[in-house]
Design a protein around this ligand. Structure first.
Ligand code: FAD
Length: 408
């Protein structure tokens, strides 16, 4: 059997794989990107219909191509797919779609790797794993599958019409959970939203979008999550032109807020008594962003408009003051649960040890402990920006330079 040989194999044809291709070309490294389905597949088939980017179009993009739209607008998922297709053409990406890597082993003499794919074997001196920061939807094992309630992960949510008639419990108050809850309520559904610890930064403040502030305050470049704070999800939205997520607004719209969904028994969901605390901590985080922005403006002597009204926090809604701690789902008319509870990694195809003692990818800025093997696109790969569209492009540059230097 003939074995195809390439210098560098990139696994995954999302934004990370395309960025890798661009920089490998720029560094004169022959390579092949293989993608099991289509370019930017996750944006096509693992996002809801009305999803728009969380950051404005001037920001959520690669440096060498703009979106064909208002730069302050938020690109739809379809335009993001078109953008990456056009990008692949622009850089003449060496990409083969419809091919899946089923196993990757390292050659016994350490001279490279063998990828088993759905279309035969490929031998490569270097491999870049660009299979995504958000690979496997996680549904905590709380409600049994035979409970009679439709349960889906946010990755499988498309639109309100896909769910059976009736109320919906959305679990998780990050960007996905709040946007899906909002859409369902606007479609006339009775919605309960389980709100855990979260940050909810202002969409914009004193004339600048939140992503601009992350840059100005040096937060995109943070190298590790602040060890003093527990990891919390972040609730931002570019929907309907972009707006600050405020749970009071969601409550005013008729959504019933509840605390973290803790356990389920005999048709009843039990919620933690942490709702008011989670909302208060989210407010405190929101106000701390305003404080940091004000301090920056002062320090730099910037002439930005004042925005005192951004500091007005409304009264607690009744559902926060007197929270529901247990809910008989059938009596409440709830027929579906949407778990907006995040993702795990899945490197089941890797046949050599490249993980740390806690089972997480072991690497320095994507350079793994196995010579010739690289990770790209993971959360916090080099800094906060790493899993996002513009951040991965810079990480890909570094990885390509490492591969080229190794060849030299
Ligand atoms: C709901 C949601 C909204 C987001 N919104 C934004 C946003 O607005 N702005 C932003 O900057 N970021 C956003 N992100 C974060 C990030 O940009 C996306 O997760 C993005 O898809 C990551 O791109 P990637 O190329 O690293 O990985 P992926 O898009 O996951 O691409 C990996 C590719 O690898 C392929 N693949 C996997 N395994 C194999 C295999 N064994 N063989 C061959 N191919 C394989 C997959 O089919 C996939 O196409 C969002 C994430 C989510 C979940």
């Amino acid at each position: 059997m003939t074995v195809e040989k390439v210098d560098t194999l990139v696994i995954g044809g999302g934004q990370a794989g395309l960025a890798a291709s661009e920089h490998l070309t720029n560094n004169g490294v022959p390579h092949l990107v293989i993608e099991r389905k289509r370019i930017a597949e996750r944006w096509r088939s693992e996002r809801w219909d009305t999803l728009v980017a969380n950051g404005p179009a001037w920001h959520d993009r690669f440096p060498n191509m703009t979106f064909d739209m208002d730069p302050d607008g938020f690109a739809s998922k379809d335009s993001i797919v078109s953008y990456f297709e056009a990008y692949a053409k622009q850089i003449n990406a060496s990409i083969r779609c419809g091919v899946e890597v089923t196993a990757l082993s390292s050659k016994p003499d350490g001279s490279g790797f063998i990828a088993e794919t759905s279309q035969g074997s490929i031998e490569a001196r270097n491999v870049v794993a660009a299979t995504g920061p958000f690979q496997k939807p996680v549904i905590p094992p709380v409600v049994p599958a035979d409970s009679g309630i439709t349960q889906i992960h946010s990755a499988s949510y498309r639109n309100p019409g896909q769910l059976p008639e009736g109320g919906v419990l959305v679990i998780g108050a990050g960007s996905s959970g709040v946007q899906i809850a909002d859409e369902l309520a606007r479609a006339g559904r009775k919605v309960y939203l389980a709100v855990g610890p979260h940050n909810r930064p202002p969409r914009s403040y004193r004339g600048k979008d939140f992503v601009w502030w992350l840059g100005a305050l040096g937060l995109w470049n943070m190298e590790t999550p602040d060890p003093s704070t527990e990891h919390v999800t972040i609730a931002v939205s570019g929907a309907r032109g972009g707006h600050t997520v405020d749970f009071r607004d969601l409550a005013a719209q008729g959504i019933t807020l509840v605390g973290r969904a803790e356990s389920y028994a005999n048709g009843t969901m039990h919620f933690a008594p942490d709702l008011a605390q989670n909302i208060a901590a989210g407010d405190a985080d929101y106000l701390s962003v305003l404080d940091s922005a004000d301090a920056h403006i002062e320090r730099e002597g910037l002439d930005f408009p004042e925005e005192p009204e951004a500091r007005i926090i409304g009264p607690e809604p009744d559902c926060v003051k007197d929270p529901i701690l247990e809910l008989d789902l059938a009596k409440a008319g709830i027929t579906s649960i949407i778990w907006a509870t995040g993702y795990a990694l899945d490197f089941g195809w890797l046949q050599f040890d490249v993980m740390d003692e806690r089972g997480r990818p072991a690497h320095q800025r994507g350079v793994s402990k196995v010579p010739g093997f690289y990770f790209l696109g993971l959360a916090w790969l080099s800094r906060r920006a790493s899993p996002f569209i513009w951040g991965v492009w810079h990480d890909a540059k570094y990885i390509a330079e490492q591969i080229a230097a190794k060849a030299r």
